[in-house]
Design a protein around this ligand. Structure first.
Ligand code: BT5
Length: 324
C-alpha cells in the first residue's frame, strides 16, 4: 500500500464527505490528474462508491464495510498504530503473520487484519471461531521497552481500550473478565491473546491478538459456543461498521499505551477496575497447579489477580481460566 494512497485517504477523511477537486488532489499527492484517476479507480474496485462531478471533483459516498487497509485508514486518527496495515481476505491466523512480520523487523504499531481466519486460536491452542466478514480478527505488533514479566499488563490495557471503544461506538458498557475476555450480558464478545517474543531480560516484540464478534447473528455461531458467545449486533440490535470500530480501538490503544509507558500500570488499573464486574464476587480459578475457589479481591498494581479463599488465604494468580 503506497504513501500516495495513504495521503489520498487522509484527504478524503479531512473532507468528511465533501468534494475535493481533482486539482487539489493532484497538488497534495504530487502526481498527475491521470494518476489521481487511477487511484480513484482502484478504490472503486475495492467497493468504495465515489462520485465524480465536473468542476467539483470527487467525494466518497459509501464505503464497502470491509476491514481493508484503505477503509481503516480513511478516518484513522492515530500517530503510529495502524499506519502500516497488512490486510488479507483469508489467513490461518493473523498472529502467525504478525509474528513473521515482527521477525522481519516490522515497526511498532503494524497491524495485521483479515476478513476471515481458518485457524484462529485462543490461549493454550484453543480454537477461536473467525467467520468471514462478520468480526474483527487482528493482531498488533508492539515493541515496549518494559521487562518481559510485565507483558501480561498489556492484555489488561488492551481490554480497557476495546471496552472504551465498544462503549463509544455501540453505546454498550461491557464487562471485563480477568484476564482476557470482554463479556456483554454474561456472554463472551471479545477475546485477547498476548504473545511474547523475548530474551530473559528484553522484549523483542509483543503481538496482541484481538478477536471481536461484531455483526454475527446468533445462528452464525457454531453450536458449541452458541450459549456462551455473543456479538455487538446481537446485543445492540443493529449492525456496526467494523472499520470504524477498528479506528476507535487503535486510537484508544495508542493513547493508553503512551500513558502506560509514561506513568506505568496504575492509571490503567483504575480504568480496568471500572469495567471489571467480578471484583468482590465469588469465582473459581483453574490454574495449571489446580483449582481455587474464592472471592476476587481485585488486581495488584502489577495486574496480578488476588483471590481470597475460604481460609482467608490470598492467592496471587498470574494466569488462569475464570468461572463465576
Ligand atoms: C481467547 O482465548 O479468548 C483469545 C482469542 C484471541 C483471538 C484473536 S483473533 C486475532 C488473533 N489471531 C488469532 O489466531 N487469535 C487472535 P481463550 O481465553 O483461550 O478462549 C478460547 C475459547 O473461547 C474457546 O475455547 C471457545 O470456548 C470460545 N470461543 C471461540 N471462538 C469464539 C468466538 N468467536 N466468540 C466467543 N467465544 C469464542
Amino acid at each position: 500500500q503506497s504513501d500516495t494512497r495513504r495521503k489520498l485517504l487522509e484527504l478524503f477523511s479531512e473532507a468528511n464527505g465533501d468534494f475535493i477537486s481533482g486539482q487539489k488532489i493532484s497538488e497534495v499527492l504530487g502526481c498527475s490528474r491521470t494518476a489521481v484517476w487511477k487511484h480513484i479507480e482502484e478504490l472503486r474496485k475495492e467497493g468504495f462508491e465515489l462520485e465524480a462531478v465536473r468542476r467539483l471533483g470527487y467525494r466518497i459516498v459509501k464505503t464497502p464495510d470491509k476491514v481493508t487497509a484503505n477503509e481503516i485508514q480513511l478516518g484513522l486518527k492515530t500517530e503510529t498504530f495502524g499506519r502500516y496495515i497488512h490486510f488479507e481476505e483469508e489467513v490461518t491466523s493473523t498472529q502467525k503473520i504478525a509474528l513473521r512480520l515482527a521477525y522481519e523487523g516490522a515497526k511498532e504499531g503494524t497491524l495485521v487484519i483479515a476478513e476471515q481466519q481458518t485457524a484462529g486460536r485462543g490461549r493454550m491452542d484453543r480454537k477461536w471461531f473467525s467467520p468471514k466478514g462478520t468480526g474483527i480478527w487482528m493482531s498488533l505488533i508492539l515493541r515496549p521497552p518494559i521487562p518481559p514479566q510485565k507483558a501480561p499488563q498489556l492484555t489488561l490495557l488492551t481490554a480497557v481500550a476495546i471496552a472504551q471503544a465498544i462503549q463509544e461506538k455501540a453505546n454498550i458498557v461491557p464487562d471485563i473478565k480477568w484476564p482476557n475476555d470482554i463479556l456483554i450480558n454474561g456472554k463472551k464478545c471479545v477475546g485477547i491473546l498476548t504473545e511474547l517474543q523475548a530474551d530473559p531480560d528484553r522484549i523483542h516484540s509483543v503481538i496482541i491478538g484481538m478477536g471481536i464478534n461484531v455483526n454475527q447473528t446468533l445462528d452464525q455461531f457454531p453450536e458449541e459456543i452458541r450459549t456462551i458467545a455473543t456479538s455487538l449486533a446481537i446485543e445492540k440490535g443493529e449492525r456496526i461498521q467494523r472499520a470504524q470500530l477498528v479506528q476507535e480501538i487503535l486510537l484508544r490503544l495508542e493513547r493508553l499505551y503512551q500513558q502506560y509507558l509514561q506513568y506505568g500500570f496504575r492509571p490503567i488499573k483504575l480504568l480496568w477496575e471500572g469495567y471489571a464486574t467480578s471484583i468482590g464476587k465469588e469465582i473459581t480459578a483453574r490454574t495449571l497447579n489446580g483449582t481455587i475457589k474464592g472471592i476476587a479481591l481485585g488486581i495488584t498494581d502489577e495486574g496480578v489477580l488476588m483471590l481470597e479463599d475460604e481460609e482467608k488465604h490470598i492467592h496471587y494468580i498470574h494466569s488462569a481460566d475464570i468461572q463465576s
